[in-house]
Design a protein around this ligand. Structure first.
Ligand SMILES: *Cc1c(COP(=O)(O)O)cnc(C)c1O
Length: 533
């Protein structure tokens, strides 16, 4: 079925380097051993091929389409089923995944996704429900959402939780909108949100998107929020501060309670970016530190897949002060013991009857209630670990990160290593690299060693930053192999090994213009003007 490549198409070959390092003889197919090359779907598919049998269009149907019936071919190419399966399977083999190896992206918590989660998520009662089904037919699913909500509230020591946000950044927006609604409810128009320099880019972006002016909070030389500078800036114009704890330098913000107290005293709210909750889950309850809103990335701390930018989930836990302003719909177990889905039309009556207050929701974040598939997985993860297991997750994650920090600090500059142990991630800089070698070159050389690079150039407060987060699911043997690889490329960088400028040598493609690709993505295929593929 799958004919060899006869179209005359040839992949862009990696040029042979001087030492003949990569290239053996050119192959007639363009394939390299079992790593297969192939053209784009548009270049290999055929307009008259399809993998499914469709019925003929009935006579007269176009009369019913109000003049919108298509008169020209749709312009999509077709593939048979095996061609389709092979195309996407081949593409997937050129990708790197947590199921292939250690994935050291700092701040992303690329931990193993347990197969038990998958098994439970695929149970028909969870996998096959639809958000428009009558509520009476999805009681079990609502129980799951409510149980997960209960765990999140319990683990964080907070008052309520909005389950619907679909990513960490979406959760940030939800939290900031709650804060805005709470301020508006008391007739207090505040304009500024304070964000530390080391913050994830989504924090200032969220505040700006919600209409606030963003100002920096300076850091101390040890990489923590400068409490005195923060206090000096507080005043009647500050709506909120957004603080990541543990922060993106891999350090716990020890002054968090003092920060919250000062912000509250000045009439503002405390947003905590909880993306790094993996380092403290079961050990610290953010509610005890005075946090008003915090998102939790289920796809980080609670082991659900990071699906290629896809199905994330970012529930936001809320303090007592903010909970009444949270989004609809939400689930609640009422006195009759049943979990209900509370929508706009019944929110006020429901709050009156069961909680003795009026709901002041700012509105909705999503069409429905959130990412059911992620809820099922996250709750499975929690129940399979138990409270003691989750605590051990945090301890092991921190242990693994410190093992990496201490195994490399003699070779790579580690700006905050002298301040004591790190939390869940180890931060290095590019100080002492030879020649004009950069963090990018080291990262590319790490690809040749079989590893996805660590987070680079973030946080911005460290020159040439490399942020490594091993997570608790790596064994010591796996960490040792990664450390050996990183030491090797670090030694080459310090020795000024210029050959790193050309790395990666062994990847299917070498140096791509990633900036151009991000800024000017080509999102649609265009037929080559010459008519040749
Ligand atoms: C991952 C992350 C976010 C954003 O979360 P998404 O789920 O990717 O939207 C925000 N802040 C920090 C510190 C993060 O690591």
């Amino acid at each position: 079925m799958n004919a060899p490549n006869t179209s005359g198409w040839k992949p862009e070959m990696t040029p042979a380097d001087e030492d003949g390092l990569h290239n053996g003889p050119e192959t007639v197919t363009g394939n390299r051993a079992l790593l297969l090359e192939e053209p784009l779907l548009f270049e290999r598919g055929k307009a008259d091929v399809t993998g499914v049998d469709l019925p003929d269009v009935p006579e007269g149907i176009s009369d019913k389409l109000g003049g919108f019936a298509r008169t020209e071919p749709i312009g999509l190419v077709g593939l048979t089923e095996p061609e389709t399966v092979r195309h996407y399977t081949r593409l997937s083999r050129q990708n790197y995944a947590i199921d292939l190896g250690l994935f050291p992206l700092g701040s992303c918590t690329m931990k193993h996704n347990p197969r038990l989660n998958e098994k439970v998520a695929r149970m028909p009662g969870f996998a096959d429900v639809h958000p428009l089904q009558p509520v009476s037919t999805v009681r079990g699913a609502l129980e799951v959402i409510n149980e997960l909500a209960f765990w999140l509230i319990d683990l964080t020591g907070m008052h309520g939780v909005a389950m619907s946000p679909k990513a960490g950044a979406h959760g940030e927006l939800c939290g900031i909108l709650c804060i805005r609604a709470a301020l508006e409810a008391r007739g207090d128009a505040r304009e500024v949100v304070l964000v530390p320099e080391s913050a994830h880019g989504t924090n200032p972006a969220t505040a700006a998107f919600a209409g606030y002016r963003v100002e920096d909070i300076p850091a101390t030389p040890e990489g923590r929020v400068d409490l005195d500078a923060l206090k000096a800036r507080l005043g009647p114009d500050i709506a909120a501060v957004m603080i990541t704890n543990p922060n993106t330098c891999g350090l716990f913000e020890r002054d968090m309670k003092a920060i919250s107290d000062a912000v509250h005293e000045a009439g503002g709210f405390v947003y905590c970016d909880g993306a790094n909750f993996n380092a403290i889950v079961g050990k610290v309850r953010p509610g005890d530190l005075g946090v008003d809103a915090m998102h939790i990335n289920l796809h980080k701390t609670f082991s659900t897949p990071h699906g290629g930018g896809g199905p994330g989930s970012g529930p936001v836990v809320l303090s007592e002060a903010l909970a009444p302003f949270g989004p609809l719909p939400y689930t609640a177990r009422t006195k009759d013991g049943v979990v209900h889905l509370i929508e706009e039309e019944d929110a006020d009556a429901f709050s009156e009857e069961h909680f003795g207050g009026v709901m002041q929701s700012f509105g909705r974040m999503t069409a429905f209630h959130g990412q059911m598939g992620m809820f099922t997985r996250a709750l499975t993860y929690m129940l399979s670990h138990g409270a003691d297991g989750l605590k051990q997750v945090a301890e092991d994650a921190v242990l693994n990160a410190n093992y990496i920090l201490r195994s490399l600090e003699d070779l790579l500059s580690a700006p905050y290593a002298s301040a004591g142990p790190c939390m869940h991630e180890a931060l290095f800089g590019d100080e002492g690299f030879g020649g004009d070698l950069t963090t990018l070159d080291l990262a590319k050389a790490l690809i040749d060693e079989g590893y996805h690079p660590m987070t680079m150039y973030f946080p911005l407060v460290v020159h040439g930053a490399m942020l490594v987060e091993p997570t608790e699911t790596e064994s010591k043997a796996s960490l040792d192999q990664f450390i050996a690889a990183l030491r090797h490329v670090a030694e080459r960088a310090k020795a000024g090994d210029e050959s790193m400028k050309e790395a990666p040598y062994y990847a299917p493609r070498r140096r791509l213009d990633e900036t151009l690709a991000a800024r000017k993505p080509k999102l649609a295929w265009q037929e080559p003007e010459t008519g040749e593929a």
